[in-house]
Structure formats: structure tokens, C-alpha cells
Design a binder for this molecule. Structure first.
Ligand code: GLV
Length: 326
């Protein structure tokens, strides 16, 4: 019997590829940069499965180019790069990698929060610029974290993991979510409206998926509602914040600072005005980037793919309605 063929859009950790080799033939895109859309579309022509990343746009026309596609496995928890409605229409299950990156991403959101609050990137630049000549009472003084109020927008796994970290700093946690109030209280938070959260929080951290409803959820009005001493953290998707409004708010002191793991677009253009600001810390979408977690994500993507090739339910599927037996 001929083996299934699979296209993998980037080099994955070796343990994941070893597991894959036991189940199918596969081709791995070898370049550092993602394969162009047209290349993926051509590759899936004779493939049964696709392992892709959040940098790959997977839409209906691409799926149609692969009439034998049994499964699409996205190595990310977010799946806004995949047109899931189009996959549903074609009966193709789509896998993602939730859970394994929760703690690593929450660690990083808290790291960004602390770095901006205590002005760590500015402080390293201060030394590099030859400015450290003495200890001074007010130089590089930042904001306290202990005892502050943290607003968490979206209270899924990562938002809740952030709340657990906040508890260790005696931080009050306000939450804007559709989850029931009892669940928020059990996790140590207080369920409030977005408006109240923005007005009362010293730190606001975003943990919503990218959808039509969350596009530019944080714009001029929301930034204006925040305290002038507030710090905004985003480890979700860049499109959740309106970048022009954020630039103006940071420039004009409407909020104190921002820590962004994600931008709109990605990568951020080198002439983006946000990069000129001392109070905006931007890193290149690395919140889940620990060696252990990225390895687990790849292994999970492979597990989803193998299940899909075999016609079995994917361990983590974003469109379970098309799963076999449902
Ligand atoms: C990373 O952003 C992910 O969605 O896994």
C-alpha cells in the first residue's frame, strides 16, 4: 500500500519528524523563510496532509488545489491563518496546539509586563549609551507590580495562567470575558466590563483570539480610557490593537508603556513609528519560544496530522464538527 505524502512548511524539531517518518512520506521546506503561498498550493496537489505554521495562509483555493487533503495541522494555538469555514465546507479537520504553550506564554506575558514596568530595556540602553555615571534617586524609576491591578482581556488558558502568576505578586485581577463569573472568581479574578477594566487597571494584558470581533479591539477610545500610568501587554495577535492609535497614545503620554510580542503586520516594518519609542518594547512573536514548548508543539502537530491521515479524531481539533464519528 502506498504511503501518505505530507508537506511540512518548515523544519521542525527532530523528535517530531522522526515520529512523522514512521507514518508517512514527507517533504520539509528547508528554507528559513516560509514557503510562498503559491508553493504550498502547488505542493499540496498530491499530498494527503499539511503541517503548517501561523505564517502560512491556508485558504479555500489552496485546499482545492489539494483534492486528496485529509488533514491540516497548524503548529500554533492560534489558527487565524487558516480559513476554518473553508475547511468545514470541504470536510477537512484542522488541528492546533493548545495547552502545551500555556505556561510558557503566560511566563512571557509576565516577563514583558515586568520589563516595561521596571524599564529594563531602557536601562540596558542607558548603559550602552555611556550614561551610567552615578546612582541617582529618580533615574529609570518605573512602576511597581506588587499590589497593582491587572486587567486580563480574554480568560482562556493563557489568561488564567497569567492570573496565577499575578496572585504571587499580590495583584488584583480584573477580567473581561464571556466565561461565567463563578469561573473567573474561582481563578482569583473579578469579572468586569471592558470599559471598567480599562479605566481601573495599571496593567492590561490581551489574551483573545484574532477574529472579526477582536480586530482593533484596542483603539483610540480604549487607549484613552486607560490610566496615563497604565501599561499594555499583547501576546495574542497584533491585529487586536490599532497600531496607529497605540503609537499616538504612547507618544502623547495617554498611557505609560507597551510590551508587544505581536504586531500588525508581522514582521513589523523597520520604519514603523512604534520602533522609535522608548516606552514601547517590541519582540518578534516569541512568547511560546522555549525549547521544550516548541518541541511539544511540533510533536502535537504531528500527532494531529497522523490521526487525520488515519481517519481518526484529531487529539486537538478546531473544527470537531467535521471529525469522523461526529
Ligand atoms: C502563537 O502565537 C500561537 O498561536 O501558538
Amino acid at each position: 500500500m502506498s504511503r501518505d505524502k505530507v508537506f511540512v512548511t518548515r523544519q521542525l524539531p527532530p523528535t517530531a519528524l522522526e515520529r512523522l517518518s514512521a507514518h508517512c512520506d514527507f517533504e520539509v521546506w528547508q528554507e528559513f523563510m516560509p514557503p510562498p503561498y503559491e508553493v504550498i498550493r502547488e505542493k499540496v496537489g498530491d499530498q494527503s496532509g499539511l503541517i503548517c505554521l501561523l505564517t502560512d495562509r491556508i485558504d479555500g483555493p489552496l485546499m482545492d488545489a489539494g483534492p486528496g487533503l485529509k488533514v491540516i495541522s497548524n503548529m500554533a494555538v492560534g489558527f487565524d491563518n487558516v480559513d476554518v469555514a473553508a475547511a468545514n465546507e470541504r470536510g477537512i479537520p484542522v488541528g492546533n496546539t493548545p495547552g502545551v504553550l500555556t505556561e510558557t506564554t503566560a511566563d512571557f506575558a509576565f516577563a514583558l509586563l515586568m520589563a516595561v514596568a521596571r524599564r529594563i530595556p531602557e536601562a540596558t540602553r542607558y548603559i550602552a549609551d555611556g550614561k551610567w555615571r552615578t546612582w541617582h534617586p529618580t533615574v529609570l524609576a518605573g512602576q511597581d507590580i506588587f499590589g497593582a491591578t491587572l486587567g486580563i482581556v480574554g480568560f482562556g488558558r493563557i489568561g488564567q495562567a497569567l492570573a496565577r502568576r499575578a496572585a504571587g505578586f499580590n495583584v488584583r485581577v480584573l477580567v473581561d470575558t464571556l466565561e461565567p463569573e463563578a469561573e473567573v472568581s474561582a481563578a482569583g479574578g473579578e469579572k468586569v466590563s471592558l470599559d471598567e477594566l480599562l479605566r481601573e487597571s495599571d496593567y492590561v494584558s490581551l489574551h483573545v483570539p484574532m477574529t472579526d470581533d477582536t480586530h482593533h479591539l484596542i483603539g483610540k477610545a480604549e487607549l484613552t480610557a486607560m490610566k496615563p500610568t497604565a501599561i499594555l501587554i499583547n501576546t495574542s495577535r497584533g491585529g487586536v490593537i490599532d497600531p496607529s492609535a497605540l503609537y499616538e497614545a504612547l507618544r502623547d503620554g495617554e498611557i505609560l508603556g507597551a510590551g508587544l510580542d505581536v504586531t500588525e503586520p508581522e514582521p513589523i516594518a523597520l520604519d514603523d513609528p512604534l520602533l522609535t519609542l522608548d516606552n514601547c518594547l517590541i519582540v518578534p512573536h516569541i512568547a511560546s519560544a522555549s525549547v521544550a514548548t516548541r518541541t511539544k508543539m511540533a510533536e502535537m502537530a504531528v500527532a494531529n496530522l497522523i490521526a487525520g491521515l488515519r481517519g481518526l479524531p484529531l487529539p486537538t481539533c478546531v473544527n470537531p464538527e467535521v471529525q469522523p464519528g461526529t
